[in-house]
Every structure is written in C-alpha cells, then in structure tokens.
Design a protein around this ligand. Structure first.
Ligand code: HAM
Length: 427
C-alpha cells in the first residue's frame, strides 16, 4: 500500500515551489530594505514557552498544539507560530546588547492541529517579522508599511484593518464592562461565547455566528475605553498610515487569537479565500519580552504572513510568478557534437547562464520539444556536420529565427560569442 502524506500536511510540488521562491525572494528583498535581518530558530521548543506567551486560554494552546513528551520525558511542542521562538532567542542571546532596536524576520513551517480546509493546514508556513526595542507608533506604521509594500510588490490586492487592544490597565476596565454585557445577553449567545465569556472574554468579539455578531453590535467598544497613552498611540498610528497613503479601516471587533497583543493590532484581509480571510496579521506586544523573562520595558511589534494563503490568493488574482525559464537548451546530434555540447554547457553555466542539455541522444525534433518544455529562451543546435565546419546554430525559441555562429578559437571565445548573441536576441 502506498503511504500518503498526513491530513493537513501538503507537498509543495516543483511548479508551486517556484511561486514560493519568488514570494520569499521578494519578501527578503523588502525586509532588507527596511533594515530587517533573518534569524533561524528551532521548530521544537519547550511547551511552556508557548503556554506563557500565546496564552493558556487560547484555542492554539488549549487544543491545537502538537505537544508530546520527548525521550527524556520533557514536554516539547512543534512551534505553532514564530514570535515566541524569536523572542526566546532574543532574550537567551541578549541581542539587545548588540543593537537596542532589533529588527528580525524568520521564514518557515508552523504547526497547528486545526480542521484542515482551503487556506488552513496543519503544517503551514509563515514569514514572521518582529521589531523589538521601540514603543514609538512610527514603528507600528513602518512595520505595517513594510507588509503593505510586500503585498503591493506581489501584485496582490487586500484590505488592511486595524484596531487598538489597549494596555493591561485599560483592557481590564474594558473586560469588566464586556463581561457584564455578555452576562446580560447570556441566553442569546452561542455555547462557545458563553464559555469564552469566563475564560477569554475578548475572543467572543470575533465569533463567526451571525446571531452573536448581531448582539455584539451593541457591545461596549474597546476604542471607547482606551487610556490617554493608548488613545494617543492609536491616533498617531492612524495619522502615520495616512501620511504614507496606506488605506485602512478601523475594526473594533478585531481581537486576534493570541493573548500577547497590546495597543495596535492589524490584519490584511480578503474575501477571496472563504472562511480564511486573513493573509497576514500582527500587532504590538509590549509586555511579552518581560513576561518571558527578558529585560523589562522592551516593547515590540510584528506580523506574520501565511505563505499558503498568499500562494492561493496569487493564483486566484491571476498573478503569476515570473518564469524561471532556462537561457539555453543545448541540442546535439552525433558523438563529437555531444561531447562539445557537454563541455560548452558546463562552461556557460560557470559564466552564469541557465543551461539544459539532452544526454539521451534523442532526435532533433524531440530535443526541440524538450527545449520548449523547459521554457528555453534559445537553443544551441550542433551536429557533427556543423562541428566539422566549426559552426553551430542558435535558435530563438520564441521567434524561431536562427543564426549561424562561428565556433572559432578556443572554448572561451565560443562561449563569449554565444553569450553576446543570446543577450542581443533577448534584449
Ligand atoms: P496568526 O494570526 O495566528 O498570527 O497567524 C498569522 C498568519 O498565519 C495568518 O494570517 C495566516 O495567513 C497564517 N496562518 C495561521 N494559521 C494558519 C493555518 N492553520 N493554515 C494556513 N495559514 C495559517 C501569528 O502567528 C503571530 N505570531 C503574528 C505576529 C508576529 N504577531 C506579531 N508578530
């Protein structure tokens, strides 16, 4: 019997992997432009790290983590997100000593045991970004602007929603009012919301039930409960976004599924992916470093974009990754030509060209078919007859035009001539 991949775990096949590479390259380029550097952190961490950061009463920690005892009997967890691991590493290595503002990003797989559906997997991939060491709202704007620019460069159109979740003080007051409101509507809300009203009341606000949503239209709003500091911070964040011409809407119902957020929270949403509307999300987490045992008063903000959702959205919006076609297909006929072609290929690759060659001695017709399959821009055609005349044929695969090129002098000269003509034909 054939062994299949686990439910919710997906292979990324070569055609799709090209899109993934393009997204990652574009992201790395933009992150570098904003001064962010890459950090690579382990996939497996102590379970406690996630319970303490994401929050014990969240869906992720309560029911979605891949947690098991390792061979020493220690409880370990496959990371469900990147922020906790990056902060653990930041604290463990005292990165703030080298540079007080740390701007980090990491790209890789995350694991959540959710019910798989379109855009929702059990192993998924995030590009996760964290800026640590400044509480300035300008940083909130810069981080959002970076994600916004990336989405724009990928050619995607999504909407930005923002909210403020306040700080520990103003949220406590808000929570009390919200719980009182929920108590007054106890009979009209779903079982899940009733349970959450005691375990994690803010989360009721993003309940998917239409009926609950209607009720919550009348719920107290976090935005009416912000303290002066949080309210100023939110105003300045909105002003900064406007200054950069970034369109957004304020969504006071956005609460996020992780408990560490304070002040700014944001999501990039689309209605093109069914129930999974967020392609990326993030926010500020000013108390988290301290909560994980790091230096006091180290504010931070970040976001993560989901790779699978970006790839889905790109194909739905008809955005294609630029082709990674090959520059030259070397087609040969006969022993001598085959050997020459083999040597030329290696030499041209050393000069930076993407070259494919047939090793099976197939007919010219089937070699041309193969050249088309690999999307070659040009084909170099050489038979033993051409070699005897010290020449070869270079064919532009798109226009089908052919030129005879002399193979005079040594290998260096041949290759320089081929490269010149390829560059001319593809200008
Ligand atoms: P999150 O909202 O849990 O935030 O996830 C961020 C993004 O990861 C989502 O918007 C979505 O694109 C993707 N994602 C999440 N779960 C799945 C899944 N099961 N299948 C496919 N894609 C998924 C965080 O993880 C925070 N750590 C973001 C952050 C960084 N906040 C501050 N810094």
């Amino acid at each position: 019997m054939k062994i299949k991949a686990l439910k919710g775990f997906k292979d990324i096949l070569p055609d799709e992997a090209r899109t993934w590479q393009w997204i990652e390259e574009t992201a790395r380029g933009i992150f570098h432009r904003f001064g962010f550097t890459e950090i690579k952190v382990p996939i497996l961490e102590k379970t406690e790290l996630f319970a303490r950061s994401i929050g014990a009463a969240t869906d992720i920690v309560e029911k979605e983590m891949y947690t098991f005892s390792d061979r020493n009997g220690d409880s370990v967890t496959m990371r469900p997100e990147g922020t906790a691991s990056v902060l653990r590493s930041y604290i463990e290595h005292g990165l703030q000593v080298q540079q007080p503002l740390q701007q980090l990003f990491t790209i890789g797989p995350m694991f959540r045991h959710e019910r798989p559906q379109k855009g929702r997997l059990r192993q998924f991939h995030q590009m996760s970004v964290e800026a640590l060491g400044s509480g300035n709202p300008r940083l909130d704007v810069e981080v959002i602007a970076m994600a916004w620019l990336l989405l724009k460069e990928l050619g995607l159109s999504v909407s930005l929603e923002i909210n403020s979740l306040g700080c520990a003080e103003c949220r406590t007051v808000f929570k009390e009012r919200l719980v009182a409101f929920l108590d007054s509507r106890r009979d009209g809300i779903c079982d899940d919301c009733r349970r959450r009203s005691t375990t994690n009341p803010l989360r009721v606000l993003d309940c998917k039930s239409e009926h609950c949503r209607e009720q919550y239209q009348e719920a107290p709003s976090i935005l009416d409960h912000l303290c002066k500091g949080c309210s100023d911070h939110f105003d300045q964040t909105r002003q900064g976004l406007t200054l950069l011409d970034i369109t957004f809407t304020v969504n006071p119902f956005m609460v996020r599924g992780l408990d560490y957020y304070t002040r700014t929270a944001f999501e990039f949403v689309t209605n093109a992916l069914g129930a999974q509307s967020a392609v990326g999300a993030g926010g500020r987490y000013d108390g988290l470093v301290e909560q994980l045992g790091g230096p006091q008063k180290t504010p931070g903000i970040g976001f993560a974009l989901g790779m699978e959702r970006l790839v889905l959205l790109l194909s739905q919006q008809g955005v294609a990754a630029p082709g990674t076609e090959c520059d030259l297909f070397v087609a040969t006929l006969g022993e001598t030509a085959s050997e020459k072609g083999f040597v030329i290929s290696q030499h041209l690759r050393a000069k930076g060209l993407r070259v494919s060659i047939d090793h099976e001695g197939r007919s010219l017709k089937s070699q041309m078919k193969q050249a088309n399959r690999v999307n070659a821009r040009c084909a170099l055609i050489m038979g033993d007859d051409e070699i005897a005349r010290s020449e070869a044929i270079l064919r532009d695969m798109a226009t089908k035009e052919q030129v005879v090129i002399p193979l005079k002098g040594g290998l260096e000269e041949w290759c320089a001539g081929i490269i010149n003509i390829i560059n001319d034909t593809t200008k």
